[in-house]
Design a protein around this ligand. Sequence first.
Ligand SMILES: Cc1ncc(COP(=O)(O)O)c(C=O)c1O
Length: 462
Amino acid sequence: MDSLDIDKVMEELQKSLKPYKNTSREFQRIPDSGMDSNGILDTLKKYSTEENRQWKAGRVSGAVYHGGDDLLNFLDMVYHVYSQSNPLHPDVWPSLTKFETEIVSMCAKIMNGNESVRGVVSSGGTESILLAMKAYRDYYRKKGITEPEVILPLSAHAAFLKACDYFCMKPVFVDLDENYAADIEKVKSAITKNTVAIVGSMPNFPYGTFDPVKEMSEIARDHGIGMHVDACLGGFIIPWAEKAGYPLPPFDFRLEGVTSISMDTHKYGFAPKGTSVVLYRNSELFQNQLYATGTWKGGIYFTPTMAGSRPGYPIVAAWAVMLLMGSSGYLKSSKSILDTGKYIIERVKKIPELRLMGKPLWVVALTSDTINPYSLMAEMGKKGWMLSGLASPPAFHMALTMRQTEPGVKEAYVRDLEESVKLMKTGESNASGLAPVYGMASAMPKEAVDLFLTNIVEWLYS
Ligand SMILES: Cc1ncc(COP(=O)(O)O)c(C=O)c1O
């Protein structure tokens, strides 16, 4: 990699990630005297009006899953009444325990679990996954497995890698088949005496494709190991997909081998950011994620999740949104997102330069054998689309949300794709954006990419 590449990459990163550096008033130190609240609010409104523009227009992949005005106004009112709450003090706010256990119970029913199912509300998909992996590690340690391995299809979310990193577990990767789903034969042959869990996604983040969870769960059951289903993305869509006209095979607690499930209230559950649910088939496994100590000088201490103090508001809001939506609301939202996916999938199949990756429904990944996908993504960026870049092979995806179900958005997406492809073919495209970053990362060896990205994160917070 030459220094010119780095300079260009840093320049692009600066533009997209630190646009306010040297262009707006900065506070490196606390002001000597307190400022006027209206002034502060005006400043916040200025930033957020600008930053909200793109997702409000449906131009952003994932990120804001509902974003409708009525829902946002409702959430503002919920915040107003519960802003100070903290579930670390269940005696001060017993209603939070009620809300949290009811969310878990509602989610367990959505996942066809029975009364034995246990779980908690965590801060997000990553934490749900971390907690589940820790539970498997500790549960199987008691059974004598001291060097635990987790079987991960290459499409499993990075949170599983993070869990392996944090909890000293070994990720055992398995390849994907031609449809970008876990290759079941490879899963079988990856099992060892140290395997504690198999992971399947419904769907996975990169391609929005669905792993053969039924077959995976049978392997898990036959070997007496865990099977975690990552339904962070699909947990509030797939249960309604069949009624919406898009049937998928069962993936939940109806399958005997499925022992835990993560599902994100803060994605297609439409709660504000800060909640996800992790469910376990039984309390034996669940107990291994909990922490409690009675020997601390500070007295009795227990926490169900990673955090100590937790904001109560996201839990209250998740509960309130689930009541507001009801099953009929989720059927409606699922149907409109799935119909939007169907339209886009059918249209992109007709663009010969593009290749749809696997058989997705609403997270639609595209690559190409004839044009550079990262440059295409950058060209789309010039037209206002903020898509997610994928690696190995180079590709990008659009995770459809309620924002893209608004009139005209899906048509504009396809039209802009067609136009961008044309521009690239005629050599008229001069987009850059983050394309050089992806290009550079895809050309580097794994260790170098990890180090490069770690340095970028440090730069971001410097
Ligand atoms: C399939 C899947 N699992 C896990 C996660 C992690 O969720 P979070 O970003 O809420 O931590 C995501 C996030 O997009 C996801 O798509």
